[in-house]
Design a protein around this ligand. Sequence first.
Ligand SMILES: Cc1cc2nc3c(=O)[nH]c(=O)nc-3n(C[C@H](O)[C@H](O)[C@H](O)COP(=O)(O)O)c2cc1C
Ligand code: SF4
Length: 540
Amino acid sequence: MGRGSVITVYVPGDAGASSLGADRVARALETEAGKRGQQVRIVRNGSRGMYWLEPLVEVVTAAGRVAYGPVTVAQLPKLLDAGMLDGAAHELRLGDMNRHPWLASQQRLTGARLGVVDPASLDDYLAHGGYAGLQNALGMLPAEIVRAVTDSGLRGRGGAAFPTGIKWQTVHDQRAGQKYIACNADEGDSGTFSDRMLMEGDPFALIEGMTIAGIAVGATQGYIYLRIEYPHAARALARALQAARQRGYLGSDILGSGRRFDVAVRLGAGAYICGEETSMLESLEGRRGEVRVRPPLPAIKGLFGQPTVVNNVVTLATVPVVLARGAAFYQDFGVGRSRGTIPLQLAGNVKQGGLVERAFGLTVNQLVYDYGGGSATGRPVRAVQIGGPLGAYLPAARFDTPLEYEALAANNALLGHGGVVVFDDRVDMARMARYALEFCAVESCGKCTPCRIGSARGVELVDRIIAGRADATRNGAQQADLALLDELCDTMFNGSLCGLGGMTPFPVRSALQYFREDFLPGARAPNSIAAGPAASVKMG
Ligand SMILES: Cc1cc2nc3c(=O)[nH]c(=O)nc-3n(C[C@H](O)[C@H](O)[C@H](O)COP(=O)(O)O)c2cc1C
Ligand code: SF4
C-alpha cells in the first residue's frame, strides 16, 4: 500500500448500489483505511449496471482501475489487509472492468461513461468526450442539427419509438415566441432503470442533449420531469446543472455563442399516467395528471400552450453521441428500422440483472442466458415480459425473437423502454393477466370509459376465471369467460384514449395466447409468485 499518497477509490453512489450497501461500504472504507494510516479519496460514481456485483468497488492503482465485488462492510477489513488498495489478489477481485466479458461484449454508446466518470465533475465529463456534441452543434444551423438527428435513425426510447428527428422538425418549424424541451424522466415501467442510471451516473449527458435540442428547435427553456422516487437522481442533476451554469454550458450565452438555454427540474408526485406525455405536461403546469385529447400534438401546442419537444431521458442522452460522432456512425448500429443501440434492462427472476446496451437485434435468448445467466432460482425460465407492465409476455419458444421494434411487433409485442423481466416456471400467467388489469384500474386517470370501467370489470372477470380453474365441470362457462375477456381487450385496445388502457390488452392477450393452459379448468394450482425472488420488482 502506497502510504502517504492518497488513493482514489470508486464506490457507486447509484441508488441501486446504495440499496445493496454501497453507502455503508464507502463510510467503512474511509474509517478502515484511516486506521491503517492510508488516506483515500472516495468518488461516488454511477453503477456500471452489474447489480449482482454491487457494491462494486474500484481502486485506482499504478496498473489502472482494479475492481472488487460485491464488497460488504464485514469483508472490508480483511480485504484491506489483503492489499486491496494495491489491487492485490482476493476472491472478490474482478480486475479491470473494461475487460470483463459482460461489459466488453456490450456496445455502450449512450451509457459509455456509466460507472466510469465522477458524475459530479464537469471536468471528468469533458475528459471523457463530454460536450463534443454541443461544440459541433454550435457550429451548425438549427436545421442541420435536426437533420443529423433524423439521419441517425434515432427513435424515442420512452416507449412509442417515434422518430426523434421528425418530432424536432415539427417544433423547429413552428413560429412561436417561446418553445420548450420537456424531458420525460418519470420512468414508471416496472423493471426499468436506464433513465435513473443515466441521471445518477452521467447527468451532464442529459443536460447536453437537452441543450442541443433547445438550440436545434429554438427553445430556450427545458424542464426535467423527474419522479419523486428518484432522490439520488435529483441530487446528481442539481449538482450538474449548477456546474454547467457556472461554466457557461447553460445560461444566456452558451459558450459565448449568443444562444440561450437553461434547465429546471420538476418533481412528479408519482403516478404512472404522469409518464404519458400529455399528462406529464398537465402535471408540469401544476394540474392533476390527466391525459389531453390529441390533436393538437405537444410539438405544436405543448407546455403552457407552446411548441414542445417531449423526449425520454435515454433519447436525449443519446443526442450528444449523434452530434459528436455523426449520424452515419450512430445509424451504422442496429437492424432494419431500429437504428443505434438500446440500453436493455434485465430484471426479475434472473441471476445477473442489470444494464445491457447493445445494438438492436440481440435475441431474448442471448439477453436472458448469455447476459442474465438464466433464472436466479435455477429453475427453467418460462416467460419474459418486455416493455413494462403494459408489455407482452413471450414464452421460451419465442426467445429467438430479436429485440428490435419490428420483430417484436410481428409477435404482437413491443420493446417499450427496454425493460425485460424474467419469470421462472412457477409463474401463474392467469394471475399475471389479472395483475395487468389491476394495474390499469389503479393507475387509470379515469378520463375514458374503456380504461376506467373496463379494467375493473376485467379484474372481476379474471378472478372468476381463476376461481373456475378448480372446477373441471365448468369448461363451457370458462370458455365463454375467456371469449368475453378477449372481447374486453378489443374494446380497451380500440376505445381507450391513451396507451394505458390501449396497451393493457398486450400482457393479457399474450398470456392468453401463449399460456392458455393457465386459464383452463385443471390448470396446475396457482403457485405463489411471492415465493419467487422479486418477480416483477423494479431494480434499484
Ligand atoms: C401510460 C403511459 C406511460 C408512459 N410513461 C413514460 C415514462 O415513464 N417515461 C417516458 O419517457 N415515456 C413514457 N411514456 C411515453 C410518452 O408518452 C412519450 O411517448 C415519450 O415521453 C416521448 O419521448 P421519446 O419520443 O423520447 O420516447 C408513457 C406512455 C404511456 C401511454
Ligand atoms: S386510457 Fe385510461 S389513463 Fe388513458 S386517458 Fe383513458 S382513462 Fe385515462
